[in-house]
Design a protein around this ligand. Structure first.
Ligand code: FO1
Ligand code: CA
Ligand code: CA
Length: 306
């Protein structure tokens, strides 16, 4: 049994590759970029993984449902609402039904399980906590919700800091703690280390459980050289005072992780990372197609012995 800690867009390809090869996969999902929109509770990272595994994800964008339409959003615009967050019509149904279930007293874990059933997803997707965590970005113009910073303002302002509101008080999902404890291997997916994996590591019970079994924890770098394969990871790392390369990542994860997979192009960093008492594995980390997803998943499952 393997357990993956995952964000959304940066993580989903590897998760898909792993699920194709392993019968029992737990996916502990970030909730830090969940966002209330028009009274609907949107969980981008959970939905990206669910849609990705159900083959419903818009692959090009990396979020939302493929071939979705945007009539609902257009009507909200007619009503004078802000429409920078592009929820599609089918996607909106997911948020609406989830919000109704929350209002009826269900927790996010149960709702996510129900969604997995509805979408015929076999992996066990576990929100890292049923409490609220909000990732906020401080810029020179003030503090914004991650979605406001990244989607509304297109991530253009300099980042001065990152906060995880509620993370210190959040109770780890007991099922997530067990999934870490019982796993043969725990994988930190190549999601954004500050905004996808970072919020989960801020939860004390999660961090502690990972550190206990860190010999079994394998991180996959989302970076090549000093930049992310995609997205703003490098910018956030620099803002957090972390060297934006595989070495900085390894150092950031060194309390919770003893193994790291880096791109072969980064092999000059291997010795330096090994000095952190980490095992380093070099391979191709980009996943441009299904074949590459399977290859990286296969490499982790077959070449990395923990
Ligand atoms: N990302 C965007 O860049 N623009 C959007 O309009 C957008 C809409 C959206 C709707 C539903 C959903 O689940 C995700 C969506 N995302 C959108 C992606 C997502 O919010 C971000 O990529 C991450 O949360 C930041 O890591
Ligand atoms: Ca995300
Ligand atoms: Ca970049």
């Amino acid at each position: 049994m393997i357990t993956v800690l995952a964000g959304g867009t940066g993580s989903v390809k590897l998760v898909r590759g792993l699920v194709a090869q392993e019968s029992k996969v737990n996916v502990i999902s970030n909730v830090g970029d969940n966002y209330w929109l028009y009274g609907l509770y949107v969980c981008p990272d959970i939905d990206t993984i669910v849609y990705g595994l159900a083959d419903l994800l818009d692959q090009e964008r990396g979020w939302g449902m493929k071939k979705d339409t945007f009539n609902f959003l257009r009507q909200m615009e007619v009503f004078g609402e802000e429409t920078w967050f592009r929820v599609g019509d089918r996607d909106a149904a997911t948020h609406l039904i989830r919000t109704n279930m929350l209002k009826n007293g269900k927790n996010l874990s149960d709702i996510t399980k129900w969604m997995c059933e509805k979408f015929a997803v076999s992996a066990n997707i576990i929100p890292v906590t049923d409490n609220s965590i909000e990732t906020r970005i401080t810029t020179d113009k003030g503090e914004l919700h991650l979605q406001e910073y990244w989607v509304k303002h297109r991530g253009k302002d300099p980042v001065l800091g990152i906060q995880y509101i509620g993370a210190d008080k959040a109770r780890p999902n007991p099922e997530a703690v067990n999934a870490i404890h019982d796993a043969d291997m725990v994988i930190l997916a190549p999601g954004n280390p500050l905004t996808s994996i970072g919020p989960m590591l801020q939860i004390k019970g999660i961090r502690k459980e990972l550190s206990k079994i860190k010999k079994k924890v394998v991180a996959v770098s989302p970076l090549i050289g000093d930049d992310a394969v995609s997205g703003p990871a490098a910018k956030y790392m620099q803002a957090a005072g972390i060297e934006s390369n595989a070495y900085g990542l390894a150092k950031m994860y060194s309390d919770v992780c003893s193994n790291i997979i880096i791109d072969s192009k980064d092999r000059l960093l291997t010795k330096k990372i090994q000095s952190l008492d980490m095992r380093v594995f070099e391979t191709k980390i980009t996943m441009k197609n299904k074949l590459a997803e399977d290859a990286l998943a296969n490499f982790i499952l077959k070449q990395v012995h923990v």
